[in-house]
Design a protein around this ligand. Structure first.
Ligand SMILES: *Cc1c(COP(=O)(O)O)cnc(C)c1O
Length: 353
């Protein structure tokens, strides 16, 4: 039976990415040895690193003056590296979910954090004022667990930092409005093991504290992201994903299909008499689509979960902190999989009527 991969992360990657990575694990770039056992200083891998950095910039239309880094430690290490490198006294953070609050926890180790919050995590704070004396503003563009998403860039007179773990390359952004964009690659880009960091070179060097070598962005910028051994295999896979994005219309192409998939599924959630969406409509994420059974049908939740899994739907269980269901519709998820889930919801409704 065909499997439909709705996992939130690690998550679906394009088939061609898996195939090319598997091939390279056997014989990398005609070297006769595996990608997993070649020196990261070899000219063949050096080319992958440089091409991956260049393509990252090309896909996002990155202006001059930025560097692309591929680092270990996931997005979670970036929660600490950002304030370590940027915060003197004070930063502003939107608190829009689990990941944002994890980021805030780290930032508080370095100074004062002004938190901006909506009444709960099912909608986003908007139209707020940002204190002008802050060192930077941080937000999570897509909240993977609760399923909310900012679809616009913030335009502020201070450095802007964004965690884009779960929506990088899914919509066009104006990079010139950002100073750091980071994320764990395992949602929309690569297997786990690498984080991407796009950083504006001239924002560094403004804090007084001593920064350990590995946690200092400047170290990695100076060494072209090769200060120490980088996560070679996931970087190769990330590059393959970027090639696939480019071949499929670039980020604009992704944006179109991502919108189509999200609309299809949200329309069904709104139409179907058994289900209801959990998020304020204007804040709905195009990447992580959360829904539950209506109060009067709650008893069917477990039954629907097994019904769906018998039909090949994988990973639609909601995060343990939210419950219900979550379908992650990342770039690589085929439209066909969303159609299959929609049919599954319709058939289940018919079964219950
Ligand atoms: C998954 C996720 C993280 C954590 O990523 P790790 O690479 O596991 O540290 C952080 N932020 C967001 C928005 C995420 O979705």
């Amino acid at each position: 039976m065909k499997k439909h991969n709705f996992y939130a992360g690690p998550s679906i990657l394009p088939d061609v990415v898996i195939e090319e990575t598997a091939k390279a694990l056997h014989n990398f770039a005609g070297t006769g040895i595996s990608l997993a056992s070649i020196s990261h200083r070899s000219k063949e891998f050096d080319k992958v690193m440089i091409d991956a950095q260049d393509l990252f910039k090309e896909l996002l239309n990155v202006p001059e003056g930025y560097s692309v880094l591929f680092l270990g430690g996931g997005a979670s290490l970036q929660f600490a590296m950002v304030p370590f490198n940027l915060m003197n006294k004070k930063a502003v953070y939107t608190n829009t979910g689990t990941w944002a609050s994890n980021a805030i926890k780290e930032a508080k180790l370095f100074g004062e954090v002004v938190e901006i919050k909506a009444k709960d995590y099912f909608s986003l704070p908007k139209g707020f004022d940002v204190p002008s004396d802050a060192d930077y503003f941080h937000f999570t563009s897509n909240n993977t667990i609760f399923g909310t998403q900012y679809k616009q860039d913030f335009d502020l007179n201070m450095p802007v930092v964004a965690d884009m773990s779960s929506d990088i390359f899914s919509r066009r952004i104006d990079v010139s409005k950002y100073d750091i964009i980071y994320g764990g690659a395992q949602k929309n880009l690569a297997p786990s093991g690498v984080a991407f960091v796009l950083i504006k070179n001239d924002i560094l060097g403004k804090v007084d504290r001593k920064i350990p070598t590995m946690l200092n962005y400047q170290t990695h910028i100076n060494k072209g992201s090769m200060f120490n051994t980088p996560p070679v295999v996931p970087i190769f896979a990330a590059y393959q994903t970027m090639l696939w994005i480019k071949a499929n219309g670039g980020v604009a192409g992704m944006e179109k299909i991502v919108a189509e998939k999200a609309e299809l599924l949200y329309n069904e959630i709104d139409r179907n008499s058994l289900f209801v969406g959990t998020v304020a409509k204007e804040d709905r994420s195009s990447m992580n689509i959360c829904f539950v059974m209506k109060e009067e049908y709650k008893e069917f939740e477990a039954e629907f979960a097994s019904y769906a899994s018998e039909r090949g739907m994988l990973g639609i269980k909601g995060h343990r902190s939210v419950g219900g269901f979550r379908a992650s519709t990342y770039n690589a998820l085929p439209l066909e999989s969303v159609k299959a889930l929609v049919s599954c919801m319709q058939d289940f409704e018919n079964l219950k009527k």
